[in-house]
Ligand binder design. Structure first.
Ligand SMILES: [Zn+2]
Length: 269
């Protein structure tokens, strides 16, 4: 793993953690830097709290994650379920990227079930070229070099399925990643079980909760390692590629700086 400055841009507090938490830990362990940017404040996803209470609680959860793992966890002040790809938000996202100045950005794909995910991806794509345009958003200095932009994995196939350009073996970080998710209690212990209909399965003890989070969320990294097994074998060789249990995958976006698949996989070795 090369020492890089990585910015992960998700729609909600928890998207970066779910889609790229293992890779983030690997980058940090290699001496790199990581910022998670949540474009919304996550203030609509709860069955009990008011929006104000929830925004405060979820912000505190992100900051606890940031503190524990050494991640610079930032949250924009945009309401959950209300992210739109407007010029006003394009300025906010452009400024946030310029202010952090990453080498590489991860974000959603523009075809995704959640309108906030789609619009977050759209905002990043809309900002890509503008990052280097000094007269756009002059309050944050323009970047000399456009970052590499990669999309995070999902299973949607229309209009086109995700095709990995980068694989990261996150097997050694999976347990830690589940701990990271469990710290966002309002989400993984309360809201997601309620909205997805398994609230009656939530165990009272921490170990049981970790198992539940793995069963519903961590399992994605296991399934993806199997789904893209050929890619893992291409990258890590027959023996190691076949032994990898958990992995995260990313796809190059043509609007950022484009580098080869080989070079990218050397960065995320
Ligand atoms: Zn989300």
């Amino acid at each position: 793993m090369k020492k890089i400055k990585l910015m992960i841009i998700g729609a909600h507090p928890d998207d970066c953690d779910i889609c790229a938490g293992g890779t983030a830990m690997k980058v940090l362990e290699a001496g790199g830097e990581v910022c998670f940017l949540s474009v919304s404040n996550g203030d609509h996803g709860h069955q009990v709290h008011t929006c104000e209470e929830l925004a405060a609680r979820r912000f505190n959860e992100t900051q606890a994650v940031g503190k524990k793992y050494g991640i610079d966890y930032r949250v924009l002040d945009i309401h959950d379920c209300h992210i739109e790809a407007t010029v006003e938000n394009r300025v906010k996202v452009t400024a946030a990227i310029r202010n952090y100045s990453p080498d590489i950005i991860f974000t959603h794909r523009p075809c995704d079930y959640h309108v906030d995910h789609r619009n977050t991806a759209q905002l990043v794509l809309d900002s890509a070229y503008l990052l280097a345009v000094p007269l756009f958003c002059p309050e944050a200095p323009a970047m000399k070099k456009t970052p590499v932009i990669l999309h995070m994995q999902d299973n949607f196939v229309k209009p086109y399925p995700f095709e990995p350009t980068v694989a990261v073996d996150t097997t050694d970080y999976q347990a830690e990643k589940m701990e990271m998710l469990s710290m966002q209690e309002s989400q993984f212990i309360e809201w997601l079980p309620w909205i997805d209909g398994y609230a009656d399965e939530v165990p009272a003890d921490h170990e049981g909760q970790i198992d539940m989070i793995y069963k519903h969320w961590g399992i994605r990294d296991f399934n993806n390692a199997n789904k893209y097994r050929d890619f893992l074998v291409w990258k890590y060789g027959e023996e190691k590629g076949n032994a990898i249990k958990h992995a995260e995958f990313f796809e190059i976006c043509e609007y950022g700086t484009v580098i080869s698949k080989e070079e990218l996989n050397e960065i995320f070795d």
